[in-house]
Ligand binder design. Sequence first.
Ligand code: HEM
Length: 490
Amino acid sequence: MQIVILFCKLRISFCGSSSRRGSHCTLLLAEAITRTDEPSARPSSFTLAFGRRPAETLIRWKEKYGDTFTLRMAGQFFVVLNDIATARKLFQDDNVTGRDEYSLIRTENGPIPPGAGLVMSNHELWKTHRRFALSTLRDLGMGKNWLEDTIIAEVEALCQVLRETQRKPFNPKVKLTNSVSNVICALIFGQRFELDDPRFTRLTAMIAEDIASSSEEVLVKTLPFLMRFPNGRRSMIIRGRRNRESLIAFMREMIAGAEGSKDHYDVQDYLHAYQRERETGAKMADKATFDDIQLVASMLDLFGAGTETTSTTLLWAFLLILESPDVQRKIQDEIDNNVGREKLLSNSDRGRKVSSPMPSNLIPIGGRVNHEEVTVDGYTIPKNTSIILNLFSVHRDPRYWKNPEQFDPTRFLDKNKKLIKPEGFAPFSVGKRACLGEALAKMELFLFAANLLRCFTLELPPGKTISHQDYVSGVVHAPFPFELIFIPQI
Ligand code: HEM
């Protein structure tokens, strides 16, 4: 078997095949060849070409091939973007809002079709349901007290659990994830779960496993024989599919519960808003697409995207604070000087009085497909090309960041200590398909991080060290498991 990676640095024409090469095209060829007579050199995973940390590999290639290059992997071409300025221009184009079939986690013969839901849908289905989700989430929560109250109630429940750890080393991941997940559960189907509820804990853990197994699903599309004999990857995929079934069953239970109540017109959550829309078509023109499958898939997407992302970002914040105790002191001083410890910090304290640290490299790589040929910065990208935005590279780009490796929240403040948004900052990606939950996530991140640091000082257990270099790279970058001590301050 031979897998070839092909890089083309090009002007004017995209080197999709040799017959289309233009005279302006400089071709650089790098081959990752796996020889059948060298078993150890065979691809052990889809990440063969990328290594264990694809985003880091892409940075190395950027240094060699420039900001924009193409690569061919397993017969498919990808355009890789490393400069956020190019991505901002390109991703604003209506024709660059597609998702790549190749990277779909859901399999053709699974219970949910690959292109259903919010994250992986395309064309009109995506447009309608993204608009519906955005406007429903806005109606439900943004700027409304109940959402802030819901988040603060979760923070308080979490603080109680952390107090009960009695200064003993504790890994907060599970409780933090459940707490954050309760916020999106309140928005989607109006329910919360106890932080130690075993079934809920299993379900939120499944989201992480689901995300982790997604690259394996992509791998078996390329190498289907991997499913024909027992091996680690096959087990992971089988477990991932079983988890997906359980998550779907959970969503169906929530839907059935709501149907029992038959009060679509009174209840304020995404599920009931969807059922109302399905009956009335009041918001969207094509209510025919508001079917059961699309509902389950959208709820799954919101549940997954709203849980793992925000909770892992908070874990990164803990880790970085443990690495830089001076940053923790500064944040706590800011709280003391502007709000005091007695009062819970609310959304109105955000930015104005207290800034929160914002780790930026959660989702390292974003993907789009262009539905039509497009041109950007002199590059023409043929229709239906997979376009990868390397956000990891953007957030380390020396053109935008001084000492990018250093955790320094003050880089988000101007001379007058007002919050600024640096040009190279795009953790939620950019353009028409950027994160749908950005406003919610920012509100959650502030309320969780600021109130936790109001209540506790974070310390490493004696003799332990920690490093932001220790992380698992998948769809999401997640730090290795770690314990810390929560020292109550109030
Ligand atoms: C720190 C937290 C979060 C980060 C860093 C984050 C980041 C991202 C990124 C990078 C994308 C890909 C955008 C693209 O393709 O260009 C995305 C998509 C998405 N996010 Fe988030 N996200 C976060 C929280 C949330 C939350 C709380 C929700 C729940 C409402 C959410 C819902 C979504 C959805 C539905 C999409 C797909 C949008 C589409 O395809 O149109 N995210 N997010």
